[in-house]
Design a protein around this ligand. Structure first.
Ligand code: ZN
Length: 466
């Protein structure tokens, strides 16, 4: 089906950052075929074309979420107001051995649909728990991505060390088993669904992997040409734990192993030294910034303005719903700007424009997909959302569309979402599955999981007075 969106404003995020008014965008199949003034376009494309009147609306490129743990949707709200050690020990780790394919499927459906409602079209999921054997948890995530028609990466996570530093023993896997699992996933799912689904490598962190595991990571990344993502320097603890396990600083180890390169997405990067930053820049690795999670867990403030000035590619990430506690990308946009402004006591240090760059074209570059997505340009995939300011008064009046998107709108303003030219949400309704069905199942599975994991006691916790 071809589509013409006419009489609209198009925020392109192209090289010149053009914003066109009274324009039209014609999509042929999965790709953007032409962008031009409505007057020229509307008589040209009439046959076999679905016409969407975009009067008073804005077309944005789909937002790109470079970091998530979708299974954590089931844990949402159980780990509030805890220090990280307790959050892991009492809530996250005990839940992981009981995860099933069905758990992960409905958690991912719920989380991805929250994302769609906030304009997300691409998600990099970092699926790390594979405790108690291999129970098709990765498949649960992939099937949810397939069902909803979104673009997504399944980053297969693993740990094979780090018990001394707090890794949950039941999560430890043997290197041969990990390699087999990665190869199986790659054979079955890499580049399926017209290339929308891809497999990536996501060992949890350098401090939870042995040298042999990291060498295997490098070998698989080279052989299968897969992206790599690692949690890096989230807190001072990470730096210390890396040193304790490997006897050297993380950045030097990554260089030594050949892992610091443009295929590496470094998640968090809150505690970087000048030396780290110079090496990230030199080797072309990219950064996933997760400000809501960093605030929720009190990890700190990543030096994003500095990374931006150095020309290092930074994308945005929601992180898992157990440390966010949602998959709301619109909320994240505002937080991204406000966090840096207050931290630096400087309102000019982070602009709405820069935030949108990180959420679109920079995120696409981090995922090495900027030839295909991240901006609305002829030849690129039609991954986009239509924003209607009138659907939520928060967005009225609108003077500048980028300002409104970042600072003063809500999910109700995201009206229609398209991936690969296919409408996956129309007039606020996800088209591929019944939302109430997903909500019912997600709640049921979360309740059952909390009983099995013993985390149900956290639901009726004592009032926390300060
Ligand atoms: Zn994470």
């Amino acid at each position: 089906m071809n589509t013409l969106i006419k009489n609209t404003c198009i925020v392109t995020m192209n090289e010149d950052r053009d914003i066109f008014y009274e324009y039209a965008l014609y999509i042929e199949g999965e790709r953007i075929f032409e962008i031009g003034p409505t007057k020229v376009m509307e008589n040209k494309y009439v046959n076999n074309t679905r016409v969407i009147d975009g009067t008073g609306k804005i077309v944005f490129p789909g937002l790109i979420n470079t970091h998530n743990h979708l299974f954590q949707v089931l844990l949402k709200g159980l780990g509030d107001d805890m220090v990280l050690k307790d959050w892991l020990e009492f809530m996250t780790f005990p839940s992981t051995p009981y995860l099933t394919e069905e758990n992960c499927y409905f958690a991912a459906l719920n989380g991805l649909m929250e994302g769609i409602h906030s304009g997300v079209t691409t998600t990099f999921d970092y699926m790390y728990p594979h405790a108690s054997g291999y129970k098709n948890t990765d498949e649960g995530i992939i099937k949810a991505m397939q069902k909803l028609g979104v673009r997504g990466f399944l980053g297969r996570g693993w740990v094979d060390a780090g018990i001394e530093a707090g890794v949950y023993p039941a999560m430890i896997e043997q290197i041969d088993d990990i390699e087999k699992a990665v190869r199986d996933l790659h054979n079955k799912y890499h580049n399926i669904e017209n290339g929308r689904i891809k497999i990536a490598l996501a060992p949890a962190a350098v401090w939870s992997n042995s040298g042999d595991s990291l060498k295997m990571l490098k070998r698989l990344s080279d052989e299968l040409d897969l992206l790599v993502s690692l949690h890096v320097s989230e807190t001072p603890f990470d730096r210390e734990a890396v040193h304790n396990l490997h006897g050297k600083d993380e950045i030097d180890l990554l260089i030594e192993l050949g892992l610091l390169n443009e295929k590496l997405i470094m998640v968090h990067c809150v505690c970087l030294t000048d030396y780290d930053i110079s090496k990230i820049k030199e080797y072309g690795a990219t950064v996933s910034h997760n400000p809501v999670s960093n605030m929720y867990l009190s990890s700190g403030v990543a030096p994003i303005p500095r990374l931006n000035r150095e020309g290092i590619c930074v994308g945005l990430g929601l992180d898992g719903a157990a440390s966010n506690n949602s998959n709301d990308m619109i909320e994240l946009l505002k937080m991204t700007a406000l966090l840096q402004k207050v931290h630096h006591r400087n309102p000019t240090i982070m602009t709405a424009d820069k935030v949108l760059e990180m959420a679109t074209i920079e995120g696409a570059k981090a995922l090495m997909l900027d030839e295909e997505i991240g901006s609305l340009e002829i030849g690129k995939k039609a991954d986009l959302f239509i924003f209607n300011p009138k659907k939520d008064l928060k967005a009225i009046p609108m003077h500048n569309p980028v300002s409104t998107l970042v600072y003063s709108c809500g999910n109700k303003n995201v009206e229609t979402v398209m991936v690969d030219g296919d409408i996956i949400m129309e007039d606020g309704i996800v088209t591929k599955i019944d939302e109430e069905f997903v909500a019912d199942n997600c709640q049921r599975l979360a309740d059952e999981l909390s009983v099995k994991a013993g985390t149900d006691k956290l639901k009726k916790r004592p009032w926390k007075r300060i």
